[in-house]
Design a binder for this molecule. Structure first.
Ligand SMILES: *Cc1c(COP(=O)(O)O)cnc(C)c1O
Length: 371
């Protein structure tokens, strides 16, 4: 019997120098967290994002934790974070003893709503954690104004937005706008190292602090002497070898993601009840995960559509739960948009390995239920 090819939501593309660089690690014995690939990966990454410094870490969650530890967050502090994000954004705040305060998102970007941010500011607020979800930038111009007014740091969780840009008197890469930006190189991200992460900043002082925290808290001038309780959050040279090979291909990956977004948009734009992903003139989404909303008058619910796609060997994913409603982070308040997105959102296959034929097959299934 004919079986359709399985199409995952995401899969890595390791067709460049990954194997060659890994072989070099094994031949030379540099397989732990020192070695030339770490330096080359960090330097190349900083250059790509447009910041002075980049510091690799063991994953995107530890990158966030390093950012918050470096900024000195502690018990009694508060961080404003979008209610609609991956759980790591909130957990990394909690690790420091600080409290995440959730703000609803806006429907035009699916990102943190600047008006909600301002409502949630208190005397304890230290940081606004912006998350650029699925590849589309948040409204940084307004958030920068709020941060300046209340003297708050901006941290950009850019795990989902590597290669995305925003126009702030010229186009800038996401992650380079706030005091510090963080990235993830998990297997489904735009570039991958298996597990891995990066923090970027223009502040030498913050970079050095985060580096100390990453390396057990060791005093850089005194071996086995510690002034802070640090962590071991290092990336290995093996992972950085893969990362460097991935970084060599990043322009092609981002271009391909944008082309996938464009093709889906063209094929899905005339279906009543299907909402296309956010697209604002001041932003350039990298379409990390091509995501839509499914609501009436479309003939299927989001959950029915997931099942129908699964029967055709096509993986799709529902959106995150609104975090304020998870038992571990219960918070009262008005979160209409994050609640709506959770109920109606769906991510479609978005890997750079997708063919135009794959996209057409997926879109034709969605179109066939337009009645
Ligand atoms: C992937 C991701 C992270 C970090 O994930 P890790 O699996 O720890 O690398 C953080 N925030 C967001 C929004 C993410 O999508």
């Amino acid at each position: 019997m004919h079986q359709n090819k399985y199409i995952p939501v995401a899969e890595p593309n390791l067709s460049g120098n990954e194997k060659k660089y890994l072989d070099e690690c094994i031949k030379t014995g540099w397989i732990s967290s020192k070695g030339k690939f770490i330096n080359e990966f960090e330097t190349g990454f900083a250059k790509y994002i447009g910041t002075k410094y980049a510091l690799s870490s063991s994953n995107g969650t530890t990158a966030l934790h390093l950012a918050f530890a470096g900024l000195g967050l502690t018990k009694g502090d508060e961080v404003i974070v979008p209610d609609f994000t991956f759980i790591a954004s909130a957990n990394a705040i909690t690790y420091t003893g600080a409290k995440p305060i959730f703000a609803d998102v806006e429907m035009t970007t699916w990102n943190i709503d600047p008006l909600e941010v301002e409502k949630k500011i208190s005397k304890r607020t230290k940081v606004i954690l912006v998350v650029h979800i699925y590849g589309h930038p948040a409204q940084m111009e307004k958030i920068i104004k709020i941060a300046n007014k209340y003297k708050l740091f901006i941290v950009e969780d850019s795990a989902e937005s590597l290669g995305s840009e925003i126009n702030l008197n010229g186009w800038k890469r996401l992650g380079s706008i706030g005091k510090v930006g963080t990235f993830s190189f998990f297997g489904n991200k735009t570039i991958t190292t298996g597990e891995g992460g990066m923090v970027v900043t223009n502040s030498k002082e913050l970079y050095e602090k985060m580096k100390i925290f990453r390396d057990h808290g060791q005093d850089p001038k005194k071996r086995y002497f510690y002034n802070v309780v640090g962590f071991n959050y290092r990336l290995t040279n093996l992972q950085a070898a893969i990362g460097l090979a991935q970084l060599e291909k990043i322009n092609g990956f981002v271009q391909k993601k944008k082309a996938i977004g464009k093709e889906y948009n063209k094929l899905l734009k005339n279906i009543p009840g299907i909402t296309l992903p956010p697209s604002q003139s001041w932003g350039r989404s990298s379409y990390w995960m091509y995501s839509i909303l499914v609501d009436k008058p479309y003939s299927l619910t989001r959950d029915d559509l997931i099942e129908i796609l699964a029967k055709e060997s096509i993986e799709s994913r529902p959106f995150f739960y609104p975090i304020h409603n998870l038992p571990i982070y219960k918070e009262e308040g008005s979160f209409n948009n994050s609640t709506y997105l959770h109920k109606h959102g769906l991510s479609l296959p978005s890997s750079v390995n997708l063919s135009s034929k794959d996209i057409k097959r997926i879109a034709s299934i969605l179109n066939s239920y337009d009645k």
